[in-house]
Design a binder for this molecule. Structure first.
Ligand SMILES: [Zn+2]
Length: 289
């Protein structure tokens, strides 16, 4: 969702000032694990907070303009500074608070590709302080507060640096933007995401969880396995519907007019990934991947 934020900031800075969250609300996921999101406006992606006797771990850290409100909410809950930040991917609504959190003493952890992409993007790496200092290629496990939190890479899904976090002991999965719960997903083809990888990534998550697992998605409300399965079914069916028209040799514009995803519009269309944009992403992936 980086472009969403950037477009808003560059085109309508005054209107946006009202749209950005100035406070964050907290949902208790389970004992010691919270989800935070914007209360009075768009705060960024959903944030995870792990609080215990030993360490405070934040998963994703909102946007540059909303990070101070997130930090205040996190400090209030934790009662002491944040030790680690884990970034689930490179978008500015998930890494925007890195510099602020690092200044407060947090160590920022992320997949190798996030650091590489941030170094190549002056909008994100406003200073060296915003860059992850600890990176991993495949997986890294936190052993904190009696929890094991396995942070693992999901290849070429939403981007090429996605990570999800599995809290095995308490049956919680932080999916990041490999799940937009009840919304058409953003698959960022320009930052290494692919539709095939997104489908494979969701299947991988489904195989790791059970019916009782609580899933924290990157955007949308808390979910269960059944919600992720429905999101996956919609994506697979959407791809098939678009492919049928691509295979007929129809042009992109003709496919958009034919609106093969119309049946999902009322439930899955939203401001950033409209039905039309989802259709165009699927066409582009089918004709280039
Ligand atoms: Zn994203």
């Amino acid at each position: 969702m980086r472009k969403f934020a950037l477009i808003l900031m560059t085109i309508a800075p005054l209107a946006v000032a009202q749209d950005f969250a100035t406070s964050f609300k907290t949902t208790v996921v389970t004992d010691g694990i919270y989800m935070l999101d914007g209360e009075d406006g768009f705060g960024g992606g959903n944030v995870g907070l792990l609080v215990g006797d030993e360490y405070v771990v934040l998963i994703d850290d909102a946007m540059v303009p909303t990070a101070p409100a997130l930090l205040a909410a996190a400090l209030d809950l934790a009662g002491r500074p944040i030790d680690f930040v884990i970034n689930t991917h490179v978008h500015g609504d998930h890494v925007g608070g890195n510099e602020l959190m690092a200044k407060g003493g947090a160590i920022v952890v992320a997949h190798d590709n996030i650091r590489k992409r941030m170094q190549g993007d002056p909008e994100l790496a406003t200073s060296p302080g915003a860059l992850p200092v600890l990176t991993f290629s495949d997986a890294v496990t936190f052993h904190v507060n009696g929890n094991e939190a396995e942070v693992f890479h999901i290849e070429t899904a939403h981007t090429d640096g996605d990570a999800a976090i599995h809290f095995r002991n308490v049956n919680v999965m932080f999916a990041g933007d490999v799940m937009f719960n009840g919304l058409f997903p953003y698959i960022d083809l320009d930052n290494g995401g692919t539709v095939a990888g997104y489908i494979a990534g969701q299947k991988k998550l489904i195989a790791m969880i059970d019916d009782d697992t609580t899933i924290i998605p990157g955007h949308g409300p808390l979910g269960k396995k059944v919600d992720l399965e429905r999101n996956l079914d919609v994506l697979i069916d959407s791809q098939a519907r678009v492919k049928a028209l691509v295979d007929k040799g129809m042009s992109e514009e003709d496919i958009v007019v034919a609106n093969p995803l119309a049946l999902y519009h009322d439930d899955y269309n939203w401001g950033f990934i409209t039905t039309e944009r989802m259709t165009r992403t699927l066409i582009r992936s089918l004709t280039s991947e």
